[in-house]
Design a protein around this ligand. Structure first.
Ligand SMILES: Cc1cc2nc3c(=O)[nH]c(=O)nc-3n(C[C@H](O)[C@H](O)[C@H](O)COP(=O)(O)OP(=O)(O)OC[C@H]3O[C@@H](n4cnc5c(N)ncnc54)[C@H](O)[C@@H]3O)c2cc1C
Length: 387
């Protein structure tokens, strides 16, 4: 059996490990943290017993049937629809911007046609070729909507003036002319009943997989294996010798609302409220009990989320891949491509934001490709995964 080392017990490493374990490979999965599941980790809050997502709210949604079937093999998924609210200087509204949002924001009724025409009338027609996030916003919806919902939130999330961000970031945000307030449009959406960590533990539960926590990857360690899959930071693998890739990190401020602040243990009435005003320092408040409406809890626990630049000692969350060109990334990719016996995977290894479904899809594709090209006893070279 070929021996494979997987660095990272997050979703990427776990899915690759399971696929290869079933093909009779011998897998050692290491993680420097004291838990599996990486950024998807969930656990029960010690005080309230509410299932919380340690690294920020995670909602599973996908349009890839194979991925939906895959996760449902390992965990029971409960129906869950993500309905986000936006707290703004003009009140609290339904997100994504939809017919109800428009009616409330402008204090009048709209049919879909009227709403479309109205938004068109507000759009700044003088911007014919929007060059950045702000120009795109103004050209699509005009000043009021853009500043109410998008400019302040974006400034806080990315720490940059929206004029410095590419127009493509705005194009990814949904905007609707009907009453649909389901944040995602994917046909499959849900929440694992016993949390993401249980899902991942179940994927790892195979006799050919050995998991070692509190274990940091070293190159000496790698030399003992036939191949390495590495889901840690790409620049860290090279000891940051060319410089550091930029990330945003998040700080979470946990609080337990008192009985007098809640109605029967409900603090904000839903799982996620975005705070769009630049005057409020946090980007959102998440009340995790609402992710599990099938459970009953007397108490509640909430997290305020703050976004800032990632310093060397911080946990990297979002790769700052806002503009198309990134010279430093290109240099690291060129270095990675010279290596043999290692495949870089996942959000940190590929320096790219992936939702969980895309992470699973990419991990399955990578593992299948590996099976085809790997020959036991030979040093296997894998190209930097093109995704
Ligand atoms: C705030 C936030 C919210 C999100 N919300 C959603 C959502 O709602 N829906 C959705 O589909 N997706 C969401 N995601 C994306 C989701 O978290 C990712 O798809 C997923 O975590 C990627 O898994 P991964 O294994 O690639 O990376 P990770 O989960 O980061 O796993 C990498 C693992 O490698 C370990 N590691 C790194 N370096 C080393 C080393 N040198 N030695 C040993 N171990 C190492 C780390 O400890 C970590 O456990 C969100 C992400 C964030 C940041």
């Amino acid at each position: 059996m070929p021996n494979i080392l997987i660095t990272g017990a997050g979703l990427s490493g776990t899915v690759i490990a399971r696929h290869l374990a079933e093909k009779d490979y011998n897998l050692t999965v290491i993680d420097e943290k004291d838990h599996t599941a990486g950024h998807c980790r969930s656990y029960r809050d010690e005080k309230t017993n509410v299932m919380v997502h340690q690294y920020g709210p995670h909602i599973f949604h996908t349009d890839i049937k194979e991925v939906w079937d895959y996760v449902n093999q390992y965990a029971q998924f409960m129906p869950y629809t993500n309905r986000v609210k936006a707290h703004t200087e003009f009140g609290t509204f339904s997100l994504p911007v939809n017919l109800l949002t428009l009616s409330q924001r402008f204090g009048r009724e709209f049919s879909p046609r009227e709403a479309y025409d109205f938004v068109q009338s507000k759009a700044d027609k003088s911007i014919t070729d929007p060059k950045n996030f702000e120009e795109k916003g103004l050209s699509l919806m005009g000043e009021e909507l853009y500043h109410t919902f998008f400019s302040g939130y974006t400034l806080k999330q990315w720490g940059r003036d929206p004029k410095e961000l590419p127009a493509s970031v705005l194009s990814r945000l949904p905007f609707r002319f009907n009453y649909d307030d389901n944040y995602f449009t994917h046909p499959y959406q849900g929440m694992p009943k016993e949390g993401y960590s249980t899902l991942i533990e179940n994927i790892l539960d195979h006799p050919n997989i050995k998991v070692k926590l509190n274990t940091v990857f070293t190159k000496e360690m790698a030399a003992q294996y036939d191949h390495v899959f590495y889901s840690g930071q790409l620049d860290r693998y090279f000891d940051f010798e060319l410089g550091r890739l930029e990330y945003r990190t998040l700080d979470f401020e946990k609080f337990y609302p008192g009985k007098e602040e809640t109605l029967n243990g409900d603090y904000q009435g839903g799982a996620v409220v975005n705070y769009c005003s630049p005057k409020i320092p946090y980007t959102r408040i998440t009340e995790h009990k609402h992710f599990a409406p099938w459970e009953e809890h007397e108490g509640t626990v909430c997290y305020k989320e703050f976004s800032r630049n990632c310093e060397p000692t911080d946990i990297p969350y979002y790769p700052v891949r806002l503009s198309g060109k990134n010279d430093l990334l290109d240099k690291y990719v060129a270095e990675a491509e010279k290596l043999t016996g290692i495949t870089f995977v996942g959000r940190l290894g590929l320096y790219r934001y992936f939702d969980m479904d895309k992470t699973i899809d990419a991990a399955l594709k990578t593992a299948r490709q590996f099976e085809k090209t790997f020959k036991a006893g030979e040093n296997c070279s894998m190209p930097f995964a093109e995704l």
